[in-house]
Write a protein that binds this ligand. Structure first.
Ligand SMILES: NC(=O)c1ccc[n+]([C@@H]2O[C@H](COP(=O)([O-])OP(=O)(O)OC[C@H]3O[C@@H](n4cnc5c(N)ncnc54)[C@H](OP(=O)(O)O)[C@@H]3O)[C@@H](O)[C@H]2O)c1
Length: 310
């Protein structure tokens, strides 16, 4: 089978399509025939050597999530899984940009026939990131005022929809060109970060979801009311100024999470939320997918169709 691998840190050009042996399921595992996988900023950061620990011995694989058919079962896995359409978020370092992937059965979530594999891949890591941040870490409740940074991005697009669905009033930052797109996802107000400083436009917030870090993180404190929460999931170190501003600063720990994934799948399946898939590229466009993600300005999700779209 074929898998995307790299043998040295660098730009997207280090990625190559390699012929490798098919994996075998161990106890508690399933073999997934992969149909789609999304690209996430973390893929580019790891490939560039910016995140430690390193992804393990070279050659390394890329990709954190995906969707496909369960084609084989390891010992102890319920036979009900065989042939099911599923999506998943993989443990870091394993790599999902491959024609076959072995996953713990405890991490896969079933998807309905009505949900395309490309959409299921698009909602996986981005969806659980929004869920863990807004439902499990922050506990958004109806009536809260929530600022979502980078509302046009993969996580931001899911977070805007989720917070809106939970009854919050959602304000989101994005570039001017993405304002209509983000409003359609459920933001009642957008702030064009390329035209105005967001902290001059919004105050007294209950929650800020920081998907940017750095300067955006520093400037976000002033927008919160006392007792508010600044939740972040960026990998960059932050300077915690919570005590100075009287706010809680919490990091959402994003780990593979079957229940969170199932909750997002259910919302997309019943139409409460939509997949934010913007482009599905063929498998051999793997380097282009990393390049588009590395730009930091992708709208919604970019997905690799590892097999031709269903
Ligand atoms: N810790 C974890 O496990 C974990 C999990 C998921 C994500 N993350 C991190 O969370 C961050 C967001 O992930 P993602 O998948 O949503 O990224 P993404 O899809 O690549 O985000 C791209 C979006 O960011 C927007 N953007 C760029 N600069 C901005 C600014 N100054 N203000 C507001 N929006 C801005 C862009 O909007 P425009 O095109 O309109 O400029 C674009 O739509 C990344 O750093 C990622 O690594 C971490």
């Amino acid at each position: 089978m074929r898998a995307v691998e790299y043998a040295a840190y660098g730009g997207p050009e280090v990625l190559q399509l390699a012929s490798v042996p098919s994996p075998h399921c161990g106890p508690g595992e399933v073999l997934v025939e992969m149909h789609a996988a999304s690209v996430n900023p973390v893929d580019g950061k790891i490939r560039a050597g910016l995140l430690k620990p390193a992804p393990g011995p070279f050659p390394a694989r890329t990709g954190r999530d995906g969707a496909g058919f369960v084609r084989a079962l390891g010992e102890g896995v319920s036979p009900e899984w065989l042939g099911r359409r599923v999506c998943f978020v993989a443990p870091r370092g394993q790599g999902t940009w491959a024609e076959e992937v072995v996953m713990p059965a405890s991490l896969i979530a079933p998807i309905p026939d009505t949900l395309a594999f490309t959409d299921a891949a698009a909602l996986s890591l981005a969806g659980i990131s929004a869920w863990i941040a807004l439902v499990e870490t922050t506990r958004i409740t109806p009536g809260m005022r929530v600022l979502v940074h980078a509302g046009a991005g993969g996580v931001g697009g899911m977070a805007v929809q989720l917070a809106h669905g939970l009854g919050a009033t959602v304000i989101a930052t994005c570039s001017r060109r993405n304002a209509d797109y983000v409003r359609k996802l459920g933001a009642s107000e957008t702030i064009a970060y390329d035209e105005v400083a967001f902290e001059t436009k919004v105050q007294d917030l209950d929650v800020v979801l920081d998907l940017m870090g750095g300067d955006v993180h520093r400037r976000s404190y002033a927008t919160l009311k006392k007792g508010g929460t600044l939740v972040y999931l960026n990998a960059q170190p932050i300077e915690d100024r919570g005590a100075e501003f009287g706010v809680d600063v919490v990091m959402a720990q994003i780990l593979p999470h079957q229940a969170a994934l199932a909750a997002i799948v259910a919302r997309v399946a019943d139409g409460t939320m939509v997949s934010t898939l913007s482009r599905a590229l063929p498998f051999d466009a793997f380097a282009e997918a990393h390049r588009l993600s590395d730009s930091g300005h992708a709208r919604g999700k970019i997905v690799l169709a590892i097999r031709p779209p269903d």
